[in-house]
Write a protein that binds this ligand. Structure first.
Ligand code: AHR
Length: 523
């Protein structure tokens, strides 16, 4: 059975793009219109969230390595923390992933030497429990990011989830708050974001449930957790299973109908890969992202329409990335885990980051959280050894887009030459998003040219078109398969420059090179 069917179902087409479909000349023409009044919504800083799971070398040997000369006194790898900080991470999800569905948080508190060693039945590894709630929340404080805890909605219980909230957030003297104090933490952490389980729609998940059973569990968990702290924000486990025949729309419908008065977010997960070794087909997954987000947005609206007091619900895209080399469809989680999911990324994967981020920005009204999966070693932008680390190719777009957090996303008109993916509708070669800083007026135009062969010159129409210098950030490489490794992570690096554009009648021309990502900035 295919345990990770989302990989098989990514097709694409265009919504915001128009233009001819057909063979390309070496240089093509396009038009991009940026209207600062057409605001979609704020790019919430949590869109630049990340994820750390007890899996492979993400925690142990990744963010945490006791006794390493590269670690601080608490065992946190300083080099990894610096790289994560420079990448602009804002929020961190933990402890999983699939791991969360078999994890009992009480195993990870108290003196380390007394913590039980267990087999993790999600991935088959031995779990020392040396990294637990205190370590994770201290890590978040030190990194300066918001923590996001995911409860065990697989094999765990409602009361266990409630007690976890009491342990982390209770200010008074109760049994679990006093246990926290006994373990060295006086003040409550006040953890705000709580996931009501991980991928419970997937048959691969420990404690997988049907939508109705999940909703019953999650409702009771939400009620009990809110009795411990009514201020927490809850994320329901939405669709992750996009296998042919899997009723992902039905899953979300049930979850939203039953939980609409309790939750603040519904999650979505998507992983992609270049399985047919065709660059343009690979990056055509954009339309699936747009479709999935828009379907769920409609479903959210459907459960709130006509109710002025409806609870606002947003999408938390809390797992997304490229993952296919270390994932053989049909294999079990234990088999997959042998690779430790140590994906080595290349240049075209870096461009795939822009497809995801542009989709999130284009839906900034509803996608208010997203968690790139994962931070280090496991399908990750940062890759370590005991001696050091290197930055993978995918690191650079992540770091650059994060600078747009808090900006206003703009609804951009794009007329681009198109192509027809093997499956799906026609799709523009240019994949575009734009944001504007609300105070300074600085505009960012993010343009991915996913043509393998043609440079595309766009006329950029913009009110108050810049007459001075335009900042250019460009990621490009002649070899789509170029990779990084230890001591050589400068192969795929962005180039920055400024260019003086010639403005005529509120527009200027810019040529976006084939297979490149360009971010233009101007005031
Ligand atoms: O990120 C790796 C795994 O992918 C996570 O554990 C799970 O949630 C998803 O299937």
């Amino acid at each position: 059975m295919n345990r990770h069917p989302w990989l098989l179902c990514l097709t694409a087409a265009a919504v915001a793009t128009m233009g001819p479909v057909g063979a390309l000349a070496q240089t093509e023409r396009a038009r991009i219109k940026v209207d600062p009044d057409r605001v979609i919504g704020e790019v919430h800083p949590h869109v630049f969230g990340n994820f750390t799971e007890h899996l492979g070398r993400c925690i142990y040997g990744g963010i945490f390595e006791e006794g390493s000369p590269l670690a601080d006194a608490d065992g946190f790898r300083r080099d990894v923390m610096d790289a994560a900080r420079d990448m602009g991470v804002t929020l961190l999800r933990w402890p999983g992933g699939n791991f969360a569905s078999g994890y009992h948080w009480k195993d990870g508190i108290g003196p380390r030497a007394d913590r039980p060693v267990r087999r993790d039945h999600a991935w088959g590894d031995i779990e020392s429990n040396h990294f637990g709630t205190h370590e994770f929340l201290l890590y978040c404080e030190r990194l300066g990011v918001e923590p996001y805890l995911c409860i065990n909605a697989g094999l765990g219980s409602v009361d266990e989830a409630r007690q976890w909230v009491e342990y982390t957030n209770e200010a008074g003297s109760t049994y679990w708050a006093d246990q926290r104090r006994k373990n060295g933490r006086e003040e409550p952490w006040g953890v705000k974001y709580w996931g009501l389980g991980n991928e419970i729609d997937g048959p691969w998940q420990l404690g997988h449930k049907n939508a109705g059973d999940y909703a019953t569990f999650a409702l009771e968990a939400a009620k009990a957790m809110r009795r411990a702290d009514e201020s927490i924000k809850l994320i329901a486990s939405g669709s992750s299973n996009f296998a042919p025949g899997a009723d992902w729309v039905g899953w979300n419908r049930t979850v939203l109908e039953r939980l609409k008065n309790e939750i603040d977010y519904i999650s979505l997960h998507t992983y992609v890969g270049n399985r047919t070794d065709d660059f343009e087909q690979y990056l055509a997954f954009a339309q699936d992202l747009d479709d999935r987000i828009e379907v769920v947005k409609g479903q959210i609206r459907a459960v709130s329409v006509g109710n002025p007091r409806a609870r606002p619900i947003h999408i938390a895209f809390d797992e997304w990335n490229v993952w296919y080399r270390t994932l053989v469809p049909g294999s079990t989680e234990y088999e997959i885990a042998r690779t430790r999911l140590e994906e080595h990324y290349n240049y075209e994967d870096a461009l795939a980051m822009a497809v995801f981020l542009n989709a999130f920005l284009r839906h900034a009204d509803v996608v208010k959280m997203a968690n790139m999966a994962q931070l280090v070693n496991v399908i990750a932008p940062i890759f370590t050894s005991p001696e050091g680390l290197y930055l993978q190719t995918i690191y650079f777009p992540l770091a650059e887009y994060a600078k747009q957090k808090g900006n206003l996303s703009l609804d951009v008109l794009v007329e681009s030459p198109q192509y027809k993916p093997d499956r799906g509708r026609a799709l523009g070669y240019l994949d575009v998003s734009a944001t504007r800083h609300p105070a300074t007026g600085q505009t960012y135009l993010n343009v991915l040219n996913r043509s393998a062969s043609a440079d595309i010159t766009a006329r950029i129409d913009v009110e108050n078109a810049p007459s001075g210098p335009v900042g250019v950030w460009e990621l490009n490489h002649p070899d789509l398969k170029a990779t990084h490794t230890f001591g050589k992570d400068d192969v795929v690096r962005p180039k920055t420059s400024t260019t003086n554009v010639k403005t005529s009648g509120g527009s200027f021309d810019y040529t976006f090179p084939k297979h490149s990502l360009t971010i233009l900035t101007w005031k």
